[in-house]
Design a protein around this ligand. Structure first.
Ligand code: NPG
Length: 374
């Protein structure tokens, strides 16, 4: 395909409730949407970078800048662009995986719409419904936390993930385990908030029968995750550290991680996500699909990815209503009922299978959109 234009929309969407992690408290999701026009079709994608460089070094305005100055010009001057060539064409730029992932996903959406294939069909989905978990932020107090968790259990979510940090770990985990009973899937996510000195303390989570503890130490520190995995019974899962299939292989071989969270933005796209998935299947390492407070645009693609066979744990693929009163797409994600309680249906239409509400993109714009042409 020939890429004719790339339009960047910076929008702000109010969250239904504040989302607090060990690194930030968000009340609004500021994000970058990428809209491509090709010789054959149009495609949309969402860049998962946050407003500030707090989860990773990427952030909205930085992603916008690298796309405008480096990535878009490289794609717009190429004679043939497909999702498979976005990676090679942009490999000259170091890092900036979230920006690259958004471009690759927008091109893939256009390409699949042109050929009438769904994301799930292209990526290798093997199921029509995926199990959903929900990520619960750090609360002002235990009562608020338990209220929030009870609401999600009543909605049908199949797994609870609690955000933890030093000073907010053993007691909330104990209280939530008491609330939800011994069998419901429960896991914790530290977003790099701990250090090697906390290994014995983290071992005190073992009695709570957690599915996993996610990313307790800084992303570059594989060695301390190895030490933790040897010291405790709770499986260790890496998120921030896993930025490519090469790092995933290293972390698995060193015993730093026995479960992997795959986030397409963090690893540079859906194609690299499938490579990590395949590696994990070959090593019998379970994977699950992470989330970055995506709108329906990114959520649709994530739900398709989560339908691959290695995704045996529920993902942070929650319903649209977990975050937004109104989603950016005409088909908001709603949890199923009956046998599909706690699940989302994998979209079946061409591309992501969702239609962007351009009226909302306009209403929620933070700045005028920018269109780049070859
Ligand atoms: O359900 O989309 C979701 C959010 C899941 O907790 C979640 N994401 O560290 O995994 C994370 C966290 C996150 C959110 C990270 C926003 C960065 C930004």
């Amino acid at each position: 395909m020939k890429l004719e234009s790339i339009t960047l929309h910076r929008v702000a969407m109010p969250l239904v409730r504040p989302f607090e992690t060990s690194f930030a408290r968000q009340t609004t999701r500021v994000l970058l949407l990428v809209h491509v026009r090709t010789s054959e079709a149009e495609g949309w994608a969402e860049c998962v970078a946050m407003e500030g460089p707090l989860y990773s070094s990427e952030y909205v305005e930085g992603a916008e800048h690298v796309i405008r100055s480096y990535l878009a010009p490289a794609l717009l001057k190429a004679t043939d662009v497909t999702a498979e060539t976005v990676g090679p064409l942009t490999a000259f730029v170091v890092g900036h995986r979230m920006a690259k992932a958004a471009l690759e996903a927008a091109v893939l959406d256009a390409q699949l719409r042109a050929s009438g294939v769904s994301f799930g069909g292209y990526l290798g989905a093997v199921t029509d419904w995926v199990d959903c978990g929900v990520s619960v932020g750090i609360s002002p107090d235990l009562d608020t936390l338990l209220d929030e968790v009870s609401g999600y259990v009543d909605e049908g979510y199949r797994r609870i993930k609690l955000k933890i940090k030093p000073g907010w770990d053993l007691i909330p985990v104990y209280a939530v385990r008491e609330l939800i009973g011994p069998d419901m899937l429960l896991q914790v996510d530290a977003n790099t908030a701990y250090s090697a000195a906390d290994i014995a303390h983290l071992g005190r989570l073992d009695p709570f029968n957690l599915v996993l503890i996610e990313q307790p130490f800084v992303e570059e520190d594989i060695a301390t995750h190895v030490a933790l995995a040897r010291a405790i019974e709770t499986p260790v899962c890496l998120d921030e550290s896993i930025v490519s299939v090469g790092v995933a292989l290293d972390a698995i071989e060193r015993g730093a991680t026995s479960v992997i969270n795959i986030k397409p933005g963090r690893v540079g796209g859906y194609l690299e996500s499938v490579r990590i998935h395949d590696l994990c299947v070959a090593h019998e390492v379970p994977v699950w699909c992470g989330g970055m407070l995506e709108t329906g645009v990114g959520r649709a693609a994530n739900v398709a990815l989560a339908a691959l066979p290695g995704f045996i744990l529920p993902g942070d693929t929650s319903a649209s209503s977990r975050y937004f009163a109104e989603d950016l797409v005409e088909e908001p994600f709603v949890l199923g009922t009956g046998e599909h309680a706690g699940q989302l249906a994998v979209p079946t239409g061409p591309g992501t299978g969702v239609t962007v509400r351009e009226d909302l993109v306009r209403d929620w714009a933070l700045v005028a959109p920018v269109t780049l042409r070859g």
